[in-house]
Every structure is written in structure tokens, then in C-alpha cells.
Design a protein around this ligand. Structure first.
Ligand SMILES: Cc1cc2nc3c(=O)[nH]c(=O)nc-3n(C[C@H](O)[C@H](O)[C@H](O)COP(=O)(O)O)c2cc1C
Length: 254
């Protein structure tokens, strides 16, 4: 009897110690994980802005001004009081899209996603007097996965300054080539809009000769189509389009 009680006590003790160790590790790692996520986000934003500093946090502080855009009202909103997943610096697209207050359904043929947030983050890259570039979060659907990226526009808000896809699950070597810096580099200098302000950028095989054309990936037509759909959607009237138009004409403060 006493022996059984002793054994039970030992088992209980070991279980307690183990659970303490596991819980502490999870809590400590959570902080580290959050830090790494923040660093990753900052690195990607700086990368698409063409900045590769030694100290990403300092550079982000210095050069980047994050804002939250109300897509329906085509203007920025004060994020104070909004949940963490809607703050531009900690924005979580999926959580924001699922949020019953700040997310909304979208027609399935538009983006391939069921929902999107009503507010989206943009990142101004500070210039001497004004801003040099504007970075937009873009999300879409590839063949196998959701594609998350940033598209940078030059000050004219027409010319593409860069693109990165920082999260995607397409096949390496096929659709996964959208993450290849060499493929991403050919976006630079392309024109997103035509002279009448309509979204003009296209992804076509051998289309790189046009100022509105980016070469489609061979063997990855479906991923390419997803990228084109996402970029055109977010630049268009349902996405950042109206806000960009107002910003271009000086109609809204940033
Ligand atoms: C194992 C496997 C993985 C594939 N992965 C992709 C992919 O990531 N993206 C994509 O667009 N097509 C992928 N495909 C190919 C598509 O099924 C389709 O053939 C292709 O998009 C057609 O592109 P093309 O017209 O440029 O040849 C994959 C096919 C196989 C068999």
C-alpha cells in the first residue's frame, strides 16, 4: 500500500516537473517566435522596398510608415483600438478576414478566397520630403496554396518597384519559382496601370517585352494565373485602386 502511494507520488512529481518544463519552454519560445515573425515581416517589407540594412528594426523605424487603409472608403483609418491582427505592424490577413467585424465575404470568382479584411495595411517608404515608394500587402490563391506577398509601387503609384512572395506552398521548381528573386526582378519598372488609369499589368509567356507584361512561368500556368489575378485584384477597383487614385491626385492625406 505504502509502496503504491510512493510510486504514485513519484509519478505525480515527475509529471509536474515535466509539465512545468514544457509550459515554460512554450511561453519562452512564444516570445521568440513572435520576435522572429516580426523580424521576417520587417525584412520582407524592406526587401521589396529595395533596402537591405544591417539592422532591420532600426531601418524599419527610420524608413517605414505603416498605415491602415479602409478599402471601401478609400482612405486611411486610425488603427487605435483595433485588435492586434488589424494593426499594420502585426497585421494577420487570415485572422482579419475571419473577423466578423472587420472581415467580409468576396465572390469566389474574384480572388479564389472566400473572405478578405475590409482594412488592409500599406507601408510608405519615407523619402526626402514626401514618400519614395508605397508597399501593398497582396494575397491570392495559387494552384495548391494561398500566396502572400508585397507589391511595391514607385512614387508615381503606377510603376512597379518590386514584388516578393514571402509565403506560398506551390511546387518547388514549378509554381514555387514565384519566390525566385530572378523572376521577381523582372517586375521592376513595369507599369501597373495604362494611361487611362486602368489596371494593365499582365503575366504572359514571352510577354516581358511589353511595359505592362511580366513573363509567365513555364510549367506553372495555374500559379501564374493566381499571381496575375491577385495583383490585378488588389490594384483594381475592389482593392487599393480607389485609394491609390485619390493618393495620386493628392486627394487624401497619407
Ligand atoms: C507534381 C506536380 C506538381 C505541379 N505543380 C504545379 C504548380 O505548383 N503550379 C502550377 O501552375 N502547375 C503545377 N503543375 C502543373 C499543372 O498541373 C499544369 O500542368 C501546368 O500548370 C500547365 O502549365 P504550362 O501550360 O505552362 O505547361 C504540377 C504538376 C504536377 C504533376
Amino acid at each position: 500500500m505504502l509502496q503504491t502511494a510512493k510510486s504514485l507520488l513519484v509519478v505525480l512529481g515527475v509529471a509536474l516537473v515535466c509539465s512545468f518544463v514544457v509550459t515554460s519552454a512554450a511561453v519562452l519560445l512564444e516570445e521568440r517566435q513572435q520576435h522572429n515573425l516580426r523580424l521576417e515581416r520587417i525584412r520582407n517589407i524592406l526587401k521589396v522596398a529595395g533596402l537591405m540594412p544591417d539592422d532591420p528594426f532600426a531601418a524599419y523605424q527610420k524608413y517605414i510608415e505603416a498605415r491602415l487603409v479602409d478599402l471601401h472608403r478609400a482612405r486611411t483609418v486610425d488603427p487605435a483600438g483595433l485588435p492586434l491582427h488589424l494593426q499594420p505592424d502585426t497585421f494577420d490577413f487570415d485572422k482579419a478576414a475571419r473577423d466578423p467585424r472587420y472581415g467580409e465575404p468576396i465572390p469566389p470568382d474574384r480572388l479564389g478566397l472566400k473572405r478578405r479584411p475590409r482594412f488592409m495595411p500599406v507601408y510608405f517608404v519615407r523619402g526626402d520630403a514626401d514618400f519614395d515608394k508605397l508597399i501593398l500587402l497582396i494575397v491570392g490563391k495559387g494552384l495548391w496554396s494561398t500566396l502572400y506577398g508585397y507589391l511595391a509601387l514607385e512614387r508615381d503609384l503606377v510603376t512597379i518597384a518590386g514584388i516578393v512572395f514571402y509565403q506560398q506552398g506551390e511546387t518547388p521548381g514549378l509554381g514555387g519559382e514565384i519566390a525566385n528573386p530572378r523572376w521577381q526582378a523582372q517586375w521592376r519598372g513595369k507599369r501597373a496601370y495604362d494611361d487611362r488609369g486602368r489596371v494593365a499589368i499582365r503575366l504572359v509567356k514571352g510577354g516581358a517585352a511589353s511595359p505592362y507584361g511580366v513573363d509567365a512561368l513555364s510549367g506553372a500556368t495555374l500559379t501564374t494565373r493566381g499571381v496575375e489575378r491577385a495583383v490585378r485584384y488588389w490594384l483594381g477597383p475592389e482593392g487599393y485602386g480607389p485609394y491609390l487614385a485619390r493618393l495620386r491626385s493628392g486627394g487624401v492625406p497619407r
